[in-house]
Design a protein around this ligand. Structure first.
Ligand code: PTJ
Length: 249
């Protein structure tokens, strides 16, 4: 990996790009993941590269939703595997969720490499390889899921989505938690809990909230979920982006 000098004003952002690049080289991330990262980076720049208060409220509502779930699943694609493998494993552990590899560009070899990568980061079990069920109405790779994984889930965490699966999962009656830096994306617009934040910050933040809420009663958790206003969170994120509160670089 190319060395990025610590004093470079965009050091963190450059390191993130290199992680996606390394993911492509390792056969974990799809080449389109590079484009997705560039798109996300632009939104993050305008957000000020920080977790805005509405995204933090969404992360807390996401944690409460996951703790209330009967069968939560964290969906992992090639970008998620490159950027937050250990953090995704930790979140799944803390909320008792399954991890399932689910790819837009579904290829068996990449599925297997991502599953192995997650196991190297501590996952005991990784779903997604069986692919023995189908989400109705989705023609591409994301429609292929595990019968005892996403197909059976009541709550699905969908980071860095491309849009139409979010609507298809919602049509199946599943509750979706979406992480997407674009508040106008179809995924964010469809999600019960849209977290408009960089996945690098969002996943550890949901885990932190879940740990904090571990002793909360179901009633307290339900209150957090019910008081979360998804429309207001999306509007706040859009305002922040359109206002362009630039980070200092
Ligand atoms: O690994 P695969 O085959 O499943 O493919 C995954 C990608 C990401 C390539 C595929 O889903 C795709 O093409 O996605 P899109 O349509 O580019 O959408 C990605 C969304 O995620 C965009 O709205 C980006 O703004 C957003 N995004 C990109 N990077 C981040 C992000 N959101 C949060 N954190 C990021 N780091």
């Amino acid at each position: 990996m190319t060395d990025v000098p610590d004093d470079h004003p965009r050091a963190d952002s450059l390191r993130t790009r290199h992680r996606i690049e390394a993911g492509v080289d390792a056969g974990i991330t799809h080449r389109q993941g590079l484009i997705a990262e560039g798109r996300g980076e632009a939104f993050d720049y305008l957000l000020g590269e920080e977790t805005i208060p509405s995204a933090d409220a969404a992360a807390r509502a996401a944690a409460a939703t996951l703790l209330l779930a009967e069968h939560p699943v964290v969906s992992v694609n090639g970008n998620v595997a490159a950027l937050v493998p250990g953090e995704a494993v930790e979140l799944a552990e803390v909320v008792g969720a399954d991890l399932e590899v689910n790819l837009f560009n579904r290829e068996q070899a990449r599925l297997e490499r991502i599953a192995a990568h997650l196991r190297e980061h501590g996952a005991a079990e990784v779903k997604g390889l069986a692919g023995d069920a189908t989400i109705p109405g989705l023609a591409h790779g994301r429609g292929t899921v595990d019968a005892d994984g996403i197909f059976d889930a009541d709550v699905v965490v969908v980071p860095l989505e491309d849009g139409d699966r979010a609507a298809a999962l919602a049509a199946m009656g599943k509750t979706e938690i979406v992480v997407d830096l674009n508040p106008l994306s179809r995924s964010a617009q469809t999600a019960a809990v849209p977290i408009v934040d960089n996945i690098l910050r969002a996943v550890p933040n949901v885990t932190r909230h879940a740990r904090d809420l571990a002793g909360a009663s179901r009633e307290e958790l339900r209150e957090i979920v019910e008081s979360f206003d998804r429309e207001a969170a999306l509007a706040a994120a859009e305002r922040a982006i359109r206002g362009g509160r630039l980070s200092d670089a």
